[in-house]
Design a protein around this ligand. Structure first.
Ligand code: PLP
Length: 469
């Protein structure tokens, strides 16, 4: 064994203690840690001939890179949709690294990590109140979950047309209808060869981001046997609007369609009785995307693709490794290997299992309800400043707002965000809502409480003062 590695193996306990000490120090002061860094370039040490060993490598990292690590899992990081990390999920994630399983097999021929994954999927179906009709698999994020769901949808559409697209390639145009598809679904359609520009954009209801289903009906194929895909939103990123999933499901009675629901973070409405109605009808979907590194508060990266069990064959056709006999026959024994895009797979179920067992249904209900409550409170405080107005009502956990136009001290979004974000107390991002520039804050972190919102408002008022004086 290489001498450096040998030394590290002997000092393993010291090294893990050092990593633990740094973890603890970071997490203890997370609320005060900056949410941004201004750095553009970081000094680069180059590859050493003889390694530094773990201890000195940690010291070097602490000096060069740590000052630029941002508090993305802290209580005031509201850009994009960025979740935190609960203590139990960190335990699970740490151990995932230590155990280093390759989660694939379930039938006694390999390790047991996939058994825990199957069990975790059951726990999640329970959490979300979804029926046992779904089968689930962990992937890296909602982008890959959308990719996976749409890949199976593509295979399904091919079958209706007498084709095996996974085997023979895409030789038909498969209509995809959507009102507000997330950019990652468009990316998925590009990757699948279906073409991001082939989405037929359905009009939205007035003042909403939800699909106008009457308008959709006018766009559907005249031949009801012709397959198409409905790409539905359960939580749009700007105004957290939901397509009426119940009404979409009704269409399955008269048309030949696949319903894919992107519920990346909006799916968490289901864990609270107050908001559960928003996802009514998602139980009839063919495939559903849910992200865990957002509202489930587990570390990156983690998401789930749910598909109906009746589509298992289509899913295996889409992702099988039949050309590699050493990987086993996909039709003889179940393996995640033949069920998702990745072959080798991190044991992503473990941090989720830890979180679910540690905090239970009530834990996640509390996180969701608190996030929504804080979004409502933040919206009130923003409007009270006199500088901002809402572009959409706060439907769940996101505040979508803009500067009040035509006031004497009118401010621009870019000036405001630049001034605010550089202070490093709160982080928000710009977006576009119905062709209108806006700012949005998405609250999905269990640490975001009233004190955090108040502290953010102090920073917001300070930034306003600076740019208006
Ligand atoms: C975040 C998000 C995605 C993409 O998810 P990643 O985890 O970043 O891959 C897709 N759809 C919606 C609605 C999202 O909010």
């Amino acid at each position: 064994m290489n001498a450096r590695i040998q030394q590290d193996v002997e000092e393993l306990s010291l090294l893990l203690d050092a990593a633990k000490a740094m973890s603890e120090q970071h997490l203890q002061q997370l609320s005060d840690h900056p949410t941004t860094t201004q750095v553009g370039q970081i000094e680069w040490p180059g590859l050493p001939d003889n390694g530094l060993g773990g201890k000195h490598t940690l010291d070097l990292f602490r000096k060069l890179f740590y000052p630029h690590i941002v508090a993305s899992s802290g209580p005031r990081y509201w850009g994009f949709v960025t979740g935190g990390t609960t203590p139990a999920s960190i335990m699970g994630d740490w151990l995932t690294t230590v155990f280093d399983q390759n989660s694939q097999l379930t039938t006694g021929k390999g390790d047991a990590s996939a058994l825990l994954e199957l069990q975790t999927v059951q726990l999640l179906l329970d959490l979300f109140g979804l029926p046992d009709a779904f089968m689930g698999a962990f992937v890296t994020g909602a982008t890959m979950a959308n990719f996976s769901g749409l890949a199976v949808a593509r295979q399904w559409a091919g079958k209706q047309l007498g084709m095996d697209i996974a085997r023979d390639g895409l030789r038909a145009s498969i209509p995809v209808f959507s009102a507000q598809p997330h950019s990652s679904s468009l990316k998925a359609l590009s990757m699948l060869g279906m073409g991001s520009a082939n989405v037929q954009v359905v009009p939205t209801l007035p003042d909403r981001e939800a699909m106008d289903i009457e308008a959709l009906k006018k766009m559907l194929p005249a031949d009801v046997r012709h397959p198409f895909i409905l790409l539905a939103s359960a939580g749009t990123v700007n105004s957290v609007d939901f397509d009426n999933l119940q009404q979409l499901a009704e269409l399955k009675k008269s048309y030949t369609c696949w319903i894919h629901v992107d519920a990346a973070f909006g799916g968490f409405a289901a864990v609270s009785q107050k908001y559960r109605h928003l996802v009514d009808g998602w139980q009839y979907a063919d495939s559903i995307t849910i992200d865990f590194h957002k509202w489930l508060n587990v570390p990156y990266d983690s998401a789930l693709i749910l598909t109906r069990k009746e589509h298992a064959v289509l899913q295996m056709e889409s992702f099988q490794n039949s050309a590699a006999p050493y990987l086993g026959n996909p039709w003889e024994q179940f393996s995640y290997l033949n069920y998702v895009p990745e072959n080798s797979r991190r044991f992503r179920a473990l941090p989720v299992w830890f979180g679910l067992m540690a905090y239970g249904k009530t834990g996640y209900k509390d996180i969701v309800e608190q996030s929504v409550q804080m979004a409502v409170y933040l919206a009130e405080r923003l409007v009270e400043t006199g500088y901002f107005q809402l572009l959409a009502p706060v439907r769940l956990n996101t505040v979508c707002f803009e500067p009040v136009p035509d006031t004497p001290a009118s401010i621009t979004i870019s000036d405001f965000l630049e001034e605010l974000n550089k202070e490093g107390v709160v982080f928000m991002t710009a977006s576009v809502y119905k062709d209108q520039a806006c700012i949005r804050a998405a609250l999905v972190n269990f640490r975001t409480n009233k004190a955090a919102v108040d502290q953010a408002m102090d920073a917001i008022e300070k930034a306003l003062k600076k740019i208006t004086q």
